[in-house]
Design a binder for this molecule. Structure first.
Ligand code: F6R
Length: 626
């Protein structure tokens, strides 16, 4: 998975390309490179290392006079991070340069074919076959633009796999771009145009954006954007992106992740704003479970953090709307003989990026079953939105930190809205209105955690950061939050953390509990308001007592316990070593404050350990490969 950028215009291409690359280095950061078309041909510079370091070297080494060029930041898939494996890649004659995001699955057989034709390869990448193939498809007709476009088309017809590519050719003052299963956008300027894998790359230059569709091929020049699909010209709408570049920058925080955690209240507000007017919830889409829900169910498909949001969504929707919800990892669904009744199951793909390869594949499979499909995503125009029948957008805004934070709480908000919308026929109106009132308070609740618990959380994080193993436990609607807390801690602080159902510890993990395995226990399940107590099930009322029981069992094994507990809960203090206080809510909304607290806990623990928080090792923001 990588980031690609391109520029065609009247200004100096190099500084614009380097600036754009910095904006999307979260897509890949093990190596970077640029190629610019000059009067003498194509000049390339690339190297292994962080994008910033490579850019610094380029700035130091290169002054290139060029109005057309491209850049790439890499997250290695084929061949280790190295100077030769870095993009752009060239054909044997150095007349064609390509940057690529995706995977060419049949590159080995293409490479053998090209080797037998006399080509020489210098890298271990799958990408390098592309410029060689393009070269072989050129016809020497004299019309460089037409010829390049046709050669790229012919090349693409030979490729199996996924790609977003930009192609530059000596003698052509433009770029050719194409996409299949990898995102690509065009930023539209005044006598200049930009190409990029993602919007933040172009935001400093323009907020006019064209999202290329699956199978699109574009010829981009300084004064025109020509797009074709399946051999015929197509028109794609231009969208105005409402984000400013400030939205996509750190805004004074040390890390994007901290900024994005502090934006969780706003993410909740903005997500609610889109769908809640007065007491009316309008998601504005046909979910396939309208009217009588008898016999109908939902299947949620997702990966990673989005999977945990979906697991929480299952609790929320089943509790409020009484519609059965099943859940599968997208990567498991894709390779299982799932029994699915297409006529009665609505499939929801939860993916903040809208580009996760496993989730996209799962969506396509669900469509083959004949299911109604809904994408829940944060990215307008992303691939998931184009595959699914319907889309519900979360309003989290751009999320740059690799670890998903504000997009997670925004996903939870969608589940509250979905659950409440479908609960209308089943809940007494007074209870419905009380839930709605509480949902509207969630931005303040999240803000209270940031304002009042942050100091204590930093203290607990310092403590946690000294250990190499930790457990996170919860029950019911907060089990997914324990799983999310553990995932967040492990991915950014590299502390081995396991999320567990509190009642399951005694079935094995107890053997691991010692004074060196702190346990973070979510103990926030007290029913809140009288009317909500009536509608809450007996089971959820018992969860608090059961959690206290589990905490006592853990303490008896010698493990230190940090509890996430509500303001005013004095009972819990008797059994634990430390308490992080969160505001009181009814049980079903407790995932919101608990999530904010656990995101902060992970952040501060990683900071204490001096980790590269926004770019954890071996990870990337959107996982566009299987
Ligand atoms: C963890 C994280 C990942 C993503 C997962 C799915 O913090 O961000 O686990 O949640 O890669 O990504 P999306 O939601 O874009 O499909």
């Amino acid at each position: 998975m990588c980031g690609i950028v391109g520029y065609v215009g009247e200004r100096d291409a190099l500084p614009i390309i380097l600036q754009s690359l910095k904006r999307i280095e979260y897509r890949g950061y093990d190596s970077a490179g640029i190629a610019c078309i000059t009067n003498n041909g194509i000049e390339v510079y690339k190297d292994k290392g962080k994008v910033d370091d490579v850019i610094e070297k380029i700035n130091y080494l290169k002054s290139i006079s060029s109005n057309t060029g491209m850049g790439h930041c890499r997250w290695a898939t084929h061949g280790a991070p190295s100077k030769t494996n870095a993009h752009p890649h060239l054909d044997g004659e150095g007349g064609i340069a390509v940057v690529h995001n995706g995977i060419i699955e049949n590159f080995q057989s293409l490479k053998e074919e090209l080797l037998s034709l006399g080509c020489t390869f210098v890298s271990e990448t799958d990408t390098e076959v592309i410029p060689h193939l393009i070269n072989h498809c050129l016809k020497n007709s004299g019309d460089v633009e037409w010829e390049l476009k046709e050669a790229v088309k012919e090349t693409l017809s030979r490729l199996i796999g996924s790609y977003a590519i930009i192609v530059a050719a000596k003698g052509f003052d433009g770029l050719v771009a194409a996409r299949k299963e990898s995102p690509l956008i065009i930023g539209v300027g005044d006598r200049e145009n930009f190409i990029a894998s993602d919007v933040p790359a172009v935001l400093e230059q323009t907020n006019r954006v064209i999202y290329l569709d699956e199978g699109d091929l574009a010829v981009v020049k300084n004064d025109s954007v020509y797009i074709e699909n399946g051999g015929a010209e197509v028109k794609r709408a231009e969208r105005l992106i409402p984000w400013t570049i400030e939205d996509a920058e750190k805004g004074g925080y040390e890390h994007f992740m901290l900024k994005e955690i502090h934006e969780e209240p706003k993410a909740i507000t903005d997500t609610l704003r889109g769908y809640l007017a007065g007491d009316e919830i309008t998601l504005g889409i046909d979910l396939g479970i309208e009217g009588d829900t008898k016999g109908k169910s939902i299947l949620m498909l997702a990966c990673g953090t989005s999977y945990y949001a979906a697991l929480c969504g299952k609790h929320i929707i089943e509790n409020l709307a009484k519609v059965p919800v099943q859940l599968e990892f997208a990567s498991e669904f894709n390779y299982s003989d799932f029994v699915l009744d297409g006529a009665n199951v609505t499939v929801m793909a939860i993916t903040q990026s809208g580009e996760t390869a496993d989730t996209l594949m799962a969506l396509k499979k669900a469509k083959r079953y004949g299911c109604k499909t809904v994408a829940i995503t944060n990215v307008v125009g992303s691939s998931a939105t184009r595959i699914a029948d319907e889309t519900i957008y979360t309003g989290a805004g751009p999320e740059i930190g690799v670890a998903a934070t504000k997009s997670f709480v925004a996903q939870l908000v969608i589940f509250y809205l979905l659950g409440l919308q479908k609960s209308l026929a089943k809940l007494p109106e007074a209870a419905f209105l009380e839930y709605l009132e509480e949902l509207r308070r969630m931005p303040q609740i999240a803000q209270l955690v940031l304002d009042e618990a942050n100091g204590n959380i930093q203290k607990q994080a310092r403590y946690l950061s000294k250990y190499e193993h930790a457990f996170f436990v919860g029950r019911g609607v907060n089990l997914p939050i324990a799983l999310e807390g553990a995932l967040k801690l492990k991915e950014i602080s590299y502390i081995h953390a396991e999320g567990y159902a509190a009642g399951e510890l005694k079935h094995g993990p107890f053997a691991l509990l010692t004074e060196d395995t702190p346990v973070v226990a979510i103990v926030t399940h007290q029913p809140f308001k009288k009317s909500l107590i009536k509608s809450a099930t007996q089971a959820s009322q018992n969860v608090y007592e059961k959690m206290l029981g589990n905490v006592k069992e853990i303490k008896a094994r010698g493990a230190p316990v940090i509890a996430i507990a509500e303001e005013g809960d004095e009972e819990v203090e008797k059994y634990v070593d430390a308490v992080v206080r969160v505001p009181r809510t009814s049980a079903i909304f407790s995932p919101i404050p608990n999530t904010v607290a656990l995101h902060l806990l992970a952040y501060w623990a990683a900071k204490e350990r001096g980790c590269e928080i926004d770019k954890p090792r071996n990870l990337a923001k959107s996982v566009t490969v299987e």
